[in-house]
Design a protein around this ligand. Structure first.
Ligand SMILES: [Zn+2]
Length: 332
């Protein structure tokens, strides 16, 4: 089955997607064509960075093993898996998966990985993912439409999404639930690479983990960092603005001036994108506290904007961030 798909992919996908190289770490290893658009982020990693396709996915590959960090939406799971296998090259032995947190745009494609290799997430992510089956099922039902909507000319993705939708009846809640809990200070390996796991308490959610690829000096921050975007606040996710700032301080401490930083959403950068995310949150807390002290009613505050918000994407979630911080600061 996989062999058939591979030959189909290799035979037809060259014009669908290609490998591109992130200029900061351009390392010219030839790779076969991919279903999705991957950019090389370090010697042993590549990422799918696209605002339309959910959270940024990272493939880490070494010595016949590959791990995918975050799996986007249900219709993209099979494509991520196949791309990860082909990025890893010949002699692939295992395909592992890790979720940076429980949100559906980072875990929707888990069904393509769980039970077919090691799967990891924070213990609190595992229980939350187990409760999201209805959401995942809706994603599977919409797979074909979503593939067509986001990448209309990608025929390989369309076929994989159709297969996912055809298998809907056989998919069970446990097909999304990672089997292995990771926490702060844990270590994992991918081939000869060492991965360090950090968890700094409640931040974007109550189950954020940051993954550091030691040999490549690269980290995936999950949604602790929205790069060039307003951050998404989830009142039901167990997060906290003050905890988020502390988590970003911890994340900054994992970096030096050469660290490659893969954010949850938005373009890859260096540690400056972590500092910018922290600066946004600190200024937001200060600005909202000022309005609370002035007695400005909440419905007026959520309509406000400040210079640190100028020019950022995801404008539709700006007022949501203010709303969350207002409630946190007033204990609502
Ligand atoms: Zn998230």
């Amino acid at each position: 089955m996989l062999i058939d798909r591979r030959s189909f992919v290799l035979g037809s996908a060259a014009t669908v997607a290609g490998m591109s190289f992130w200029p900061r770490r351009a390392i010219g290893r030839p790779t076969p064509p991919q279903i999705l658009h991957w950019s090389m982020t370090s010697k042993n990693t590549s990422a799918v960075v696209s605002l339309e396709l959910g959270g940024n996915s990272l493939a880490i590959y070494s010595d016949g093993q590959v791990m995918v960090i975050d799996t986007k939406f249900p219709y993209l799971g099979a494509a991520l898996r196949e791309d990860a296998v082909s990025l890893a090259g010949s002699g692939i032995e295992s395909v592992a998966m890790l979720n940076t947190h429980h949100h559906g745009d980072h875990t929707g494609g888990n069904h393509a990985f769980v039970g077919r290799g090691e799967s990891h997430a924070h213990i609190k992510a595992i229980s939350r993912i187990a409760g999201q089956f209805e959401r995942y099922k809706a994603g599977v039902a919409a797979a074909v439409a979503q593939a067509h909507q986001t990448m209309p000319d990608n025929h390989v993705l369309a076929q994989l999404a159709a297969e996912t939708a055809e298998n809907a009846d056989s998919l069970k809640p446990e097909d999304w639930v990672p089997k292995h809990a990771v926490g702060d200070g844990d270590a994992l390996t991918v081939g000869t690479l060492d991965l360090s796991i950090s968890h700094f308490g409640p931040g974007h959610t109550d189950n954020d983990v940051v993954v550091r690829v030691e040999q490549d000096n690269l980290i995936h921050t999950g949604d602790l960092v929205f790069s060039g975007l307003h951050p998404f606040f989830d009142p039901d996710g167990g997060g906290s603005a003050s905890g988020w700032i502390k988590s970003l301080e911890g994340t900054l401490a994992l970096c030096d001036e050469d660290t490659v930083v893969v954010p949850g959403h938005g373009p890859v950068g260096g540690r400056e994108i972590i500092a910018a995310a922290k600066d946004y949150l600190e200024k937001l807390v200060t600005a909202v506290q000022y309005e609370i002290d002035q007695g400005t009613p909440k419905e007026k505050v959520v309509e406000m904007s400040w210079p640190f918000m100028d020019g950022l994407g995801f404008e539709q979630i700006r007022s949501r961030a203010i709303d969350f911080v207002y409630d946190e600061l007033t204990g609502a």
